[in-house]
Design a protein around this ligand. Structure first.
Ligand code: SAH
Length: 481
């Protein structure tokens, strides 16, 4: 049964004309995989020191408190609110009104002290959710095939920035580098830049890329990190803006856009109102609607100019993501000037997104307002808005797709890769390869699933979409022809 499902999925994967690319053919002939872990030298991460406050000199003063305000009696029981919940309530209290869903989402995910991503590893079976690179090494390997093909179309430049936005555990790049390590001209051209806001995940990425820290040529002041997987230099940044410009650049954004904060709008009798988050009298969070237009309404209007009337007519809710627009425009300007391309893979729609924001904790959907910071928040990506944002800002880039993940991976030859890996593995590895393959390209519930105690895996093949933005000089990228 499993074998049949696998073959059916394989046969759906068609080859495009791009399969004649020499690197692609060479890659398909080569099969390599390995994994082990290394230790992180402590000196790679700088810890911020906090100055100890000075104790003021003591003195005896008598105070007449009779005219002071007496607050009502309150409980001295320790409050159950987490640091993040207290922080969110303080913002609402001191601002004197509710906050936007986007502001809530940004604090919940990336607050530097207590954000969901900041202090821990949230991925995999023991975490909160699983992503394609964690499902199978083949995902990172196929992204490597795409990257090498684009590099070839770029004229095999000697130096290239390879940027990953939101690299999670670093698994995608580790598999990409391992798979590409025999193509020395390619790997030697790479300068890897990880854009990651979480110190805990930066550390994990350093480990998974098997990095070593070397002294630079001019002493200790100029340390360099090298990934020993393929001998490539790696550096970390908080934002894309911090990545140096001036080199041709390849950018990968896998499940990054869905974590960018969205504003939610709801149609009311007085028109479109922004959904906001407030605190009730009994101190819990609740949604309210803005009484008048908010600053994000400008983005709602902009998004609606990119849609046809009939697309909006039936909707009572609309989500807009200004950060996705800004990021896409930054990517497009960079690629338009420096050359290269970007690959965006995420779950989403090729059109306006209505009401998609969801919270996931330990692989289950939970209430968005429940215990913020303990669950992932993510929203569907509006790929049509990405296309319009890119085209609006640069005449030097072209946008391709979206196509489904199944078409994308199939056209790059994932079926050949799985067959090659299956030839040389244990029965246990074969089982995991087949299930992983199916999860990446399959659709709906896995038909072969026989374990009554675990839910059947859900295929990511059609729910996830791939889109490319490239400098027009390179022509159409593989496999979007
Ligand atoms: N691409 C990875 C992880 C996806 S989860 C994978 O597919 O497995 C989102 C990633 O983006 C995490 O690494 C998270 O820490 C990072 N991230 C989220 N918001 C960010 C922001 N505003 N700036 C930088 N990194 C961010």
């Amino acid at each position: 049964m499993l074998r049949r499902a696998l073959l059916q999925a394989s046969s759906r994967c068609r080859f495009s004309s791009s399969s004649s690319s020499s690197l692609l053919l060479a890659y398909r002939r080569q099969c390599s995989s390995s994994s082990s872990s290394s230790q992180v030298p402590e000196d790679h991460f700088v810890e911020q020191s906090v100055d100890t406050p000075q104790t003021p000199p003591s003195a005896t003063i008598s105070i007449d408190r009779s005219a002071l305000y007496h607050p009502p009696d309150h409980s001295h029981e320790p409050t159950a609110d987490s640091e993040l919940v207290k922080h969110l309530k303080n913002i609402i209290k001191f601002r004197g009104g509710p906050i936007t869903v986007a502001e809530y989402m940004e604090e919940v995910l990336t607050n530097p002290k207590a954000g969901f991503y900041i202090n821990r590893d949230v991925f995999g079976a023991g975490g909160d959710f699983i992503t394609s690179p964690e499902v199978s090494q083949m995902f990172g390997e196929m992204i490597g095939v795409w990257t090498m093909c684009l590099w070839e179309q770029m004229g095999r430049p000697k130096r290239v920035n390879l940027v990953e936005l939101g690299p999670g555990r670093g698994t995608l790049l580790a598999d990409l580098l391992r798979g590409a390590s025999k193509f020395k001209n390619f790997t030697e051209s790479l300068q890897i830049h990880m854009v990651e806001c979480s110190p805990a995940l930066q550390k994990l990425q350093y480990q998974n890329l098997k990095c070593l820290t070397e002294d630079g040529t001019d002493g200790n002041t100029d340390k360099r990190c090298i990934s020993t997987i393929a001998g490539t230099p790696v550096s970390w940044h908080m934002t894309l803006e911090q990545v140096p410009t001036g080199l041709p650049t390849i950018i990968i954004a896998h499940e990054f856009y869905d974590a960018l904060p969205v504003h939610q709008f709801q149609k009311a009798s007085r028109g479109w109102c922004e959904k906001m988050i407030d605190v009730t009298e009994n101190s819990s969070f609740r949604f309210v609607l803005s009484p008048q237009p908010t600053p994000a309404t400008l983005y709602l209007m902009k998004r609606c100019t990119w849609a046809e009337n009939k697309e909006i007519a039936g909707l009572d809710h609309i989500e807009v993501c200004p950060k996705a627009i800004d990021l896409t425009q930054e990517i497009s300007n960079r690629i338009g000037t420096d050359g290269g391309g970007a690959l965006i893979i995420d779950y989403g729609l090729n059109g306006i997104v209505s009401d998609s924001l969801q919270a996931i904790r330990k692989h289950n959907f939970v209430d968005i307002l429940d215990d913020p910071g303990s669950a992932d928040l993510s929203a569907y990506v509006d790929f049509a808005a990405i296309r319009h944002s890119a085209e609006e800002v640069s005449a030097d880039v072209s946008v391709h797709g979206p196509m489904t993940q199944s078409q994308f991976l199939g056209s790059l030859g994932i079926n050949f890769r799985v067959e090659a890996l299956l030839e040389n593995c244990t029965e246990e590895q074969a089982e995991s390869l087949r299930t992983g393959y199916w999860r990446l390209v399959g659709d709906g519930e896995a038909p072969f699933w026989e374990d009554p105690d675990a839910p059947a895996p859900i295929g990511m093949g059609t729910r996830y979409l791939a889109m490319a933005i490239v400098n027009k000089k390179q022509g159409i990228p593989v496999p979007f022809e």
